[in-house]
Ligand binder design. Sequence first.
Ligand SMILES: Nc1ncnc2c1ncn2[C@@H]1O[C@H](COP(=O)(O)OP(=O)(O)OP(=O)(O)O)[C@@H](O)[C@H]1O
Ligand SMILES: [Mg+2]
Length: 368
Amino acid sequence: MPLVRLDISHVRNLASVRFEPSSQVNIIIGENGSGKTSVLEAIHLLSFGRSFRSHKHKTYIQHEQDSCLVFAQLHNEHGRPTPVGLQRHRDGQIEVRIQGERAQSVIELAERLPVQLINPDAFRLLEGSPSVRRQFIDWGVFHFDGSFIRAWRGWQKALKQRNTLLRRGKISPSLLAAFDQELIRLGEQVNGSRKAYVERLTPYFLQVLSVLNAELAVSLQFYQGWDSQKTLQMAVEAGRERDIELGYTHSGPQRADLRVKSAGGDALDTLSRGQQKLVVSALKIAQGQLLIEMGRPLVFLVDDLPAELDANHRQKLCRLLESLNSQIFITSVGPDTTDFTWADTTDVRHFSMNNGELSLSSKGFQES
Ligand SMILES: Nc1ncnc2c1ncn2[C@@H]1O[C@H](COP(=O)(O)OP(=O)(O)OP(=O)(O)O)[C@@H](O)[C@H]1O
Ligand SMILES: [Mg+2]
């Protein structure tokens, strides 16, 4: 579902940016600090209700403004535009509108506008804590399996309540056992959805990675958060006494992880920076491919495309992204974008960003 018009107000140094992006490739070139990443941040905000740079909303609302606003026209599957908007106030309040109506939650935007981000921070997917990888899996499962979000929310609630009980202490194993029924039922459902998703994703990932770099031998291993030989029921029962002692629930889907292995062990320990970026890009592109195959187009945000990649890999990444037939926003400090190669038939729009002002540049920057 491409964005056919975008209106950004008071996001960082973007006082007012309005433009009509291409439904295929958009390249934004500008100097450091000019506002390129802020455009991607605004699109991300519209999908996730939060920034990828900071969890503190006050940091992205323009100084001395009470709120920021991102508004877009999305093209739905029948080619009709759907207006969507998100306003974030300094006091934290968030307002989401879809077709003029106030939406209940940001989730409704996420469903309409799946957004995938590849940025210089993408390494965090490999080097960050397991929660980063759980978020990665759960984003995919959320779009893949319509029943997931309900189960996930219910399970999270049950887990939080259980941990509160455990923290307070003085709870007997038998009382806890009665409480655990719901946690186990929903936890198994969450785990089943994650497992099925990773199984489905893996061949896409391997295929994409082989296109980006045929020599990288990397595999994915899903760790469910407890002994794979046991059911969650068995793990929770066996761990009850220990949980009471520790004051929290130590095994279950809250410990799940996606381990990325290369021939020598953990991918993180053996791969170069550029190779890590290729692996992470392959993971994200694979997620996108899977969604596209389900008839759910998405938007790719690629911040600072050249970072860490040589010309050959830049070209390969561009070709892969182009083959997805999705809307893509790429930023670069440029001005040389000759490595970004596109088919003649692809609608590529070049924009230049200067001090928070975005303008369409007719020929791009290739010849400057
Ligand atoms: N809350 C804010 N209000 C106003 N300006 C801000 C705010 N937060 C950041 N800025 C400024 O907005 C600009 C944001 O730039 P942004 O990170 O989008 O630049 P960029 O073009 O991506 O740069 P780079 O090439 O270095 O990545 C910076 O100049 C920054 O100082
Ligand atoms: Mg930037």
